[in-house]
Design a protein around this ligand. Structure first.
Ligand code: M6R
Length: 612
């Protein structure tokens, strides 16, 4: 989603802002802009519709702007169409207060009306312009930026990360945030501000996370933090340990391809972070104790998109191994329900970014009702990680491609470990079975690698399926969990219409969509239900479908006349999702490449969905 970068120091600001915005391109955007301030206070705003390189070319890489202080933004349109007028930065009438904003101001129409009644005029359709004019309104009274931004934060509803330049304070950048991330980095005489770590990682690894409803003032190489009462707040920086190379393509054509190939290592690192040599699972780093785990009577797994799909797989694995009932919830729905919590509930919030607005709201809802919360998160220090009672950090490293692959795989590994630990404290698996499962976990990376090595076969399949208009994914149990992920992957990057169905549900309506040539992909890894899914696949074939079966290596029950059959290495069936998903990721990837799409930045999508 939108990206923010700020810089103040001894060098020209614009090249640094453009460089930072480039690092945030993966988040998704439709326009870009910068505002640069000279030491006499004059603020120059430049913005362009479309890719960042258009702006960079017009500004000669930023060299045409002299100022050493500035803010930049990539916008993913929410209020108002994507065009250069609605692009950020936005300004007050005199261009004396200029800002960029991530998030959504929910009460912006009411605020706009009030401000209009006081004589304010508006040039754009954005909530951001309203935000700036509200800051302007408060600022006029006392000319105190911290006070004006505090008053703003108390008046607006919604989420915001706002970075502001004031003409009266030429050597400073001000910022305030609520529910939308913002970080600060200091290196020598330079200060950086960003909505996400990659933007400033090449300048500093030491970052401050601005807390919710906190403000900050950046000078050259300095930063001060304040609460909404204007009182100073002491904060310590956090060291970022990511390797910068992890955020580069490293010779691969796309980030997605690179990230798929990182899955063996990511699964290995995540498994090794908790699985001990004696096959026990140690979750002490998450902060949860065995006593607390013993008290768990029900799990509610919450997430969005692929993270939700991990929850669907987790349901089968945890219920089977630990005999704890699991509900799986879409965060965007769950947050608006009247929740019925009970003693012993553990709410597991799954999120790669740790910033997804709906998942964060679901976490807060659970906390407000006294439930214990456990986050499975990839980004260290993200809002969900900071607010949850316990945190399991997946070891996926930075994921750049909008379509998640390695983070999904790391999340699956994390929930397997949680299931094993719950089973151990509840005594629901024997030592022998536990050893089998531990061994299966340890062999997953090598089997994922085998599937990646077979990618040419999937590429050929993608070539033959290239012109399909509709693709259905079906499966039962864990195969259903994989189907919904495979279908989402295909839709989001190849733009081919696809649906995923629990195989037994087809007959209840959806089968009427099957026509001559419709591609039906069947997942066949769960021995107890393979025959059932095979029958469902055959039912579609008699109605004209062409079939592709993704099946466990040793399974011999295949649909009659299957057009394509792909073998998946044997593993413990509970962990089959980790393997079966790989060829589906590759299929979506190659189809997207063949159709000439922007694989890493699919249309309309954003990496981190920080608005609801
Ligand atoms: O950062 P999160 O894991 O909370 O993100 C959740 C979804 O937005 C995300 O999984 C999305 O569905 C991906 N684009 C799927 O590839």
């Amino acid at each position: 989603m939108c990206g923010i970068v700020g810089y103040i120091g001894t060098q020209k600001a614009a090249p640094i802002l453009l460089d930072g915005l480039k690092k945030l391109e993966y988040r998704g955007y439709d326009s870009a802009g910068v505002a640069v301030q000279t030491s006499d206070g004059v603020i120059d705003i430049r913005k362009e519709m479309g890719r960042l390189r258009i702006l960079a070319e017009k500004l000669d890489g930023g060299q045409v702007l002299e100022g050493r202080c500035g803010i930049g933004h990539t916008r993913w349109a929410t209020h108002g169409k994507p065009d250069s007028l609605n692009a950020h930065p936005h300004t007050n009438a005199e261009q004396s207060i200029v800002a960029v904003h991530n998030g959504i101001i929910e009460n912006y129409s009411e605020l706009k009306k009030n401000l209009a009644a006081r004589g304010y005029e508006f040039y754009s359709e954005t909530d951001t312009e309203v935000a700036i004019k509200l800051v302007d309104y408060y600022y006029r009274g006392h000319k105190d930026p911290i006070k004006a931004l505090s008053e703003f934060a108390l008046r607006v509803r919604g989420s915001f990360a706002l970075a502001v330049l004031f003409r009266d304070y030429p050597d400073e950048i001000y910022a305030v945030r609520k529910d939308s991330p913002m970080i600060v980095g200091i290196a020598g005489g330079e200060s950086y501000l960003a909505s996400d770590v990659p933007a400033i990682l090449s300048y500093t690894r030491s970052v401050y996370y601005v807390d919710n409803l906190q403000l900050c003032r950046l000078g050259k190489g300095t930063v001060e933090f304040f609460n909404l009462d204007g009182e100073r707040v002491e904060k310590s920086p956090v060291e970022i340990t990511w390797d910068m190379k992890a955020a580069e393509k490293g010779g691969y054509e796309h980030f997605m391809l690179k990230e798929m190939h990182e899955q063996p290592a990511v699964i290995r690192d995540t498994v090794n972070s908790a699985l001990q040599d004696d096959n026990s699972v140690d979750l002490s780093e998450t902060g949860i104790s065995e006593e607390e785990l013993k008290k768990v009577r029900r799990i509610i797994a919450v997430g969005c998109g692929s993270a939700y799909h991990v929850g669907v797989a987790a349901q089968y694995v945890i219920e089977e191994l630990a005999h704890v009932p699991v509900r799986v919830e879409l965060a965007s729905e769950y947050r608006y329900r009247t929740p019925l919590f009970q003693e012993g509930d553990l709410v597991i919030v799954i999120s790669q970014s740790g910033e997804t607005a709906d998942s964060l709201a679901a976490l807060r809802l659970a906390k407000n009702h006294g439930a214990k919360t456990f986050a499975v998160v990839n980004v260290v220090g993200s809002a969900i990680a900071r607010e949850a009672d316990f945190v399991f950090y997946t070891k996926a490293g930075p994921e750049i491609s909008v379509a998640t692959t390695k983070a999904y795989s790391a999340q699956l590994a994390a929930v397997y470990l949680i299931a094993l630990k719950l089973a151990a404290v509840r005594g629901t698996v024997s030592a022998e079975r536990n050893a089998e499962l531990a061994s299966a976990l340890r062999s997953l990376p090598q089997k994922v690698q085998m599937l990646l090595d077979e990618k040419e076969e999937i590429k050929r399949f993608a070539f033959e399926a290239m012109n399909k208009k509709d693709v259905f994914f079906i499966g039962r149990g864990i195969d259903y969990a994989v189907s919904i992920e495979g279908s989402l992957k295909l839709k989001e990057i190849s733009y081919v219409h696809s649906e995923a169905y629990a195989a037994g549900e087809l007959k209840h309506g959806t089968i009427s969509l099957i026509e001559d040539g419709t591609l039906v992909v069947g997942l066949l890894t769960q021995s107890g239900v393979i025959e059932k899914t095979v029958s469902n696949m055959e039912e579609t074939r008699t109605r004209g479908a062409v079939l592709a079966a993704f099946t466990a290596e040793n399974n011999r029950k295949l649909p009659a006349g299957s057009d394509w059959t792909f073998r998946i290495p044997e593993t413990d069936e509970l962990f089959a999702a980790s393997l079966a998903v790989v060829p589906l990721q590759l299929f979506a990837y190659y189809l997207s490449v063949l159709r000439g799409n922007d694989v890493d930045n699919p249309r309309h999508l954003a990496k981190s969905v920080t608005v609801e």
